[in-house]
Design a protein around this ligand. Structure first.
Ligand SMILES: Nc1ncnc2c1ncn2[C@@H]1O[C@H](COP(=O)(O)OP(=O)(O)OP(=O)(O)O)[C@@H](O)[C@H]1O
Ligand SMILES: [Mg+2]
Length: 269
């Protein structure tokens, strides 16, 4: 079965969706089969991939018996890459998903999808919403884009407690694959100082070595509804995501070999 990796954060607008889309494309380019699950009711991933916000072809509709699981997968033109919608586009859907269908059925559906690919990447909305609890409860590991800003770092412990609670209550095998320094402004000395302090203050495995720079190219890519790496002029950014994808595969393999909940917990938890 494929690995299920949640890309998540306590904060909005930190590059979760950009990371999901671009890492997903790199993994597919490397020859893996990849499904991206848009777990944000605002449908950020679908929009970033050039699709409409609303969809009646998602997990919600599958769990209501309206469509087959296969029909939740939107194939892309890129070999080995598909996008799955939750079909949850209204607040009422989130409640219905939670109350009527039950987490176990959602868990099973996500597992069944993961059975069809090597990697299933879940792009969540920010924070510790019910939907995030449901979706991350299905994941094997999580990755967190982290901006090098004081308030982002100060509010991090609360989110780590949320992940710890998920592990204690719904998914004992959930692992922390690492934080990715995201949208880093290399001209801002305060950001660089925060990054250095964090790297020195935590075990090396806590943070990916590859850093995602702040770059206006992302707005252009978003406007076109494509991964930034598809633009030839941004091949440096594409290379960065390829490095991230390689690191993610290596880190995730290590976590797999560490085994389940009986092993030592990861340092950040
Ligand atoms: N490295 C970057 N440099 C500059 N802009 C970026 C970068 N990554 C993403 N962006 C832009 O910043 C905005 C937020 O990025 P993105 O949607 O990936 O964040 P998010 O964490 O998924 O946000 P949300 O919490 O709203 O889902 C988007 O307009 C995106 O195009
Ligand atoms: Mg997003």
């Amino acid at each position: 079965m494929g690995r299920i990796i949640g890309i998540t954060s306590h904060l909005g607008g930190v590059g979760k969706t950009a990371a999901t889309l671009n890492i997903g494309m790199c993994l597919a380019t490397m020859g893996h089969s990849v499904l991206l699950l848009d777990g944000d009711p605002l449908a950020g991933l679908a929009l970033a991939a050039g699709l409409e916000r609303r969809s009646d072809r998602g997990l919600y509709q599958f769990l209501n018996g309206a469509i087959a699981l296969e029909d939740t997968i939107h194939a892309s033109r890129k070999n080995g890459l598909g996008l799955v919608r939750t079909g949850v586009t209204e607040p009422a859907h989130v409640h219905a998903l939670e109350r009527r269908t039950g987490w176990e059925r959602l868990w099973q559906a996500v597992r069944d999808l993961a059975g069809q690919c090597d990697y299933l990447l879940i792009d969540t909305g920010c924070g510790h919403s019910t939907l995030n609890t449901l979706l991350l409860g299905c994941a094997d590991s999580v990755v967190m884009p982290l901006p090098c800003r004081t308030l982002a770092v100060k509010s991090l412990p609360l989110f780590l407690r949320f992940l710890l609670r998920l592990r204690q209550t719904v998914q004992p095998d959930l692992r922390f694959a690492g934080a990715i320094f995201s949208m880093v402004d290399s001209l801002n000395p305060y950001e660089l100082e925060i990054m250095t302090d964090l790297r020195q203050g935590f075990p090396a495995a806590t943070f990916f070595s590859t850093v995602i720079p702040l770059d206006r190219a992302f707005e252009k890519a978003a406007a076109h509804g494509v991964p930034v790496g598809l633009f030839r002029e941004y091949d440096d950014l594409a290379r960065g995501y390829a490095d991230l994808a390689t690191e993610l595969v290596q880190r995730d393999r290590k976590l797999q070999h560490k085994g389940g909940s009986s092993e030592q917990p990861d340092p950040l938890f």
